[in-house]
Design a protein around this ligand. Structure first.
Ligand SMILES: Nc1nc2c(ncn2[C@@H]2O[C@H](COP(=O)(O)OP(=O)(O)OP(=O)(O)O)[C@@H](O)[C@H]2O)c(=O)[nH]1
Length: 650
């Protein structure tokens, strides 16, 4: 929004300048042209006052006056700071006549006959005469001025003394038109440069290429202000000549600082250091001079020649340093240096005109300023665009990196999640997974009316293996059984290690089919003794308890307890056995024995712990676990008894 506002403001200003320019350049009908009066005379020194308190030279007819082509810098000054000029005015041809003077060095009074008609500055200040600025002067003349004598009393302690630029008799309207005509271009360029300065300052403040944009903002701002302060129209904007000259001096003195800053940024080594010294020298001059002027220690007018002397030395040096490293500069930097090479001579020419080394003529400083500012801005925008492109690219890379990292993290989380559901020893799913899978399978079985069968397996006399062959041997037995269970697992089944030497198998097979499979597995274990290295661990067996929904229970939640009870019966019945929970109304356990001796066929034990079907699954599971703990204790007792008898399956 700010940018749109600034652009709109700039457009309005340019349109205004164009309208003013059209008005100023139109040829007014019947207007009498301006005239540069001739016949000037000068006289060094100051006039004494007569009895009436008027300067006596106003009526001094002949003595001491010398002819001069233009009322400025009479010969043989010899350090004098006061001079008089006079002119016999031609006949009046204008309706509203004025005498237009581009500039006066420095203080002046203008008399027509014996009347003071104009004054610039003050002759009567106590301690020294103060500089009052270098405005243009539009001295109103009465219509009957023809044939009268015009006298100018002038004071100057500056390098020049007298009038400067144009001195013409003309119509007042024509004078204004000339002012606008001469100012329009400079004001337009100045507005453009100031707008560019604002943009560059905004870019610098936003942190992009802060130093380059800062230096460009300084240069564009300084050159824009300088052009405005030098444009004749400045006095139509604000009638404070001294204020304008302060602005002009400050902006003019800051130009080499800004230029040095821009160029130093691009140079290397010694050239860079020298460039830094040069701009620092100019900055020191600005600070010192502005301080002294504000403290009324020196007149602002005296700071111009000193600065100009400094500039004559430093400007070519800056240009030389930039050209010295021409080969190290890139294309855009060379363009700026070329614009600087155009601007520097214009500045020097302007200075030579100001000091009278070249006859008065307008120097198109604005062209140099415009070219330099525009090239700086074009290049900066180009760089800004490049920086943004790089930023966008790195942003994209960053996004890609974030996506890759996120993916890796997701994989890691998945792995960790997988690990948290896995038993570290056997690689089977653990109890945590079993709980979730059991609950889910239960829900599915209920909703689809499917069969869900749970088998719990427990290694027989596992403690003995640990005790006899060591814990590692016990581990390898667990891994072996896990491998066998996985190998026998069918599609849709889930095998988990519940903990210790206890495993669970969730299946949709019927209890008898599952029991038959487990018996076959048990048969394999019985057929082949387990080995570990050179050690023979003997025949390892397991006992298993099976319960099935809806065959044995009205709710899948009870399966764990029922299978656990069946397992208890299998253990109690001699181990190495697969026991199925009885599906009769009074729950009993059927035993399926892998060794299938006739005597063991149809082995049943009664269960006194059949729960009511209304019991919640959670309660069932908790109660089941408690009972299993108790039964494990009684199994341990039985084992101890076996140990006492000296029996061992291994
Ligand atoms: N090597 C090994 N042993 C384990 C592991 N987890 C539990 N155990 C052992 O397994 C044994 C289980 O012993 P018990 O509860 O008495 O069961 P058991 O000896 O198999 O007897 P029954 O189940 O009555 O046939 C204990 O000695 C535990 O230390 C394991 O991860 N690795």
């Amino acid at each position: 929004m700010r940018v749109i506002g600034a652009v709109t403001g700039l457009c309005v200003l340019l349109i205004g300048i164009f309208v003013a320019w059209s008005w100023a350049t139109r040829e007014p009908e019947g207007e009498i042209p301006s005239v540069e009066p001739s016949g000037w005379e000068y006289r060094w020194g100051d006039s004494p006052q007569d009895s009436a308190g008027l300067p006596a030279w106003l009526n001094d007819a002949a003595l001491g006056w010398q002819p001069i082509a233009f009322p400025a810098n009479p010969p043989e000054r010899d350090g004098r700071d006061k001079v008089w000029f006079r002119l016999h005015l031609p006949d009046n041809q204008w309706h509203d006549p004025v005498l237009f003077i581009s500039s006066i060095d420095l203080i002046a009074q203008v008399y027509l006959g014996d009347r003071l008609i104009y004054q610039h500055g003050d002759f009567d200040e106590g301690d020294g005469i103060a500089f009052a600025g270098w405005p243009w002067h539009m001295i109103a003349l009465p219509r009957d001025f023809g044939g009268q004598t015009l006298c100018l009393r002038v004071f100057s302690d500056y390098t020049s003394i007298g009038l400067w630029g144009q001195v013409r008799l003309m119509e007042r309207g024509e004078a204004y038109r000339q002012i606008i005509r001469r100012s329009a271009w400079d004001v337009a360029v100045s507005a453009l440069a100031l707008a560019l300065a604002v943009f560059a300052a905004i870019f610098a403040a936003s942190g992009v290429e802060r130093r380059s944009f800062g230096a460009i903002a300084l240069f564009a701002g300084a050159s824009g202000l300088m052009l405005l302060a030098e444009a004749p129209a400045r006095q139509l904007i604000a009638g404070n000549p001294l204020g304008w000259d302060l602005v002009r001096a400050f902006s003019y003195y800051m130009l080499p600082v800004a230029t040095g800053l821009i160029l130093a940024h691009w140079l290397q080594g010694r050239a860079r250091r020298w460039m830094q010294r040069l701009w620092a020298l100019h900055l020191a001059y600005v600070v010192l001079v502005m301080g002294l002027v504000q403290g009324n220690v020196i007149n602002l007018s005296l700071t111009f020649p000193i600065f100009d002397g400094l500039l004559v030395a430093t400007l070519p040096a800056m240009l030389a340093l930039a050209l010295w490293q021409w080969r190290t500069l890139d294309g855009t930097q060379r363009t700026v240096v070329m614009c600087f090479a155009l601007f520097a001579p214009l500045l020097l020419a302007d200075m030579l005109v100001a000091h009278g080394f070249i006859p008065w003529q307008p120097i198109p400083l604005s062209f140099g300023s415009l070219a330099f500012s525009l090239s700086c801005v074009a290049i900066s925008l180009h760089r800004y665009h490049r920086v943004h492109r790089e930023l966008a690219r790195s942003h994209e890379t960053l996004e890609q990196q974030v996506a890759t990292r996120t993916e890796e993290l997701a994989q890691l989380v998945e792995e960790l999640e997988g690990l948290s559901y896995r038993d570290a020893l056997t690689g089977l799913y653990n109890r945590r997974h079993f709980d979730a899978a059991y609950a889910q399978a239960g829900r599915r079985a209920v909703s689809r009316g499917e069969c869900l069968t749970l088998a719990i397996l427990d290694l027989d006399h596992f403690k003995r293996i640990n005790d006899r062959f060591g814990h590692d041997a016990g581990d390898s037995v667990l891994v072996t059984l896990a491998g066998l269970l996985k190998a026998h697992q069918e599609v849709g089944e889930s095998v988990c290690r519940l903990g210790g030497e206890e495993f669970a198998l969730l299946s949709h097979a019927s209890p008898t089919v599952l029991a038959a499979r487990l018996e076959r597995l048990l048969g394999r274990l019985l057929a082949t003794p387990l080995k570990r290295g050179e050690w023979c661990l003997g025949h390892v067996t397991f006992s298993a308890g099976i319960a099935s929904y809806p065959l044995h229970s009205a709710s899948p939640d009870s399966l764990l307890r029922l299978a656990d009870e069946a397992l208890y019966c299998a253990k109690r019945g001699g181990r190495s056995t697969v026991a199925i929970h009885s599906d009769s109304a009074a729950p009993r356990l059927q035993k399926a024995d892998a060794r299938s001796s006739a005597g063991r066929e149809g082995w049943d034990v009664s269960s006194d712990a059949q729960p009511s079907q209304e019991e919640t699954g959670q309660d069932d599971r908790r109660a089941g676990r408690g009972r299993r703990r108790r039964r494990k204790g009684s199994r341990r007792l039985a084992r101890d008894r076996e140990r006492a008898r000296g029996e061992m399956v291994l």
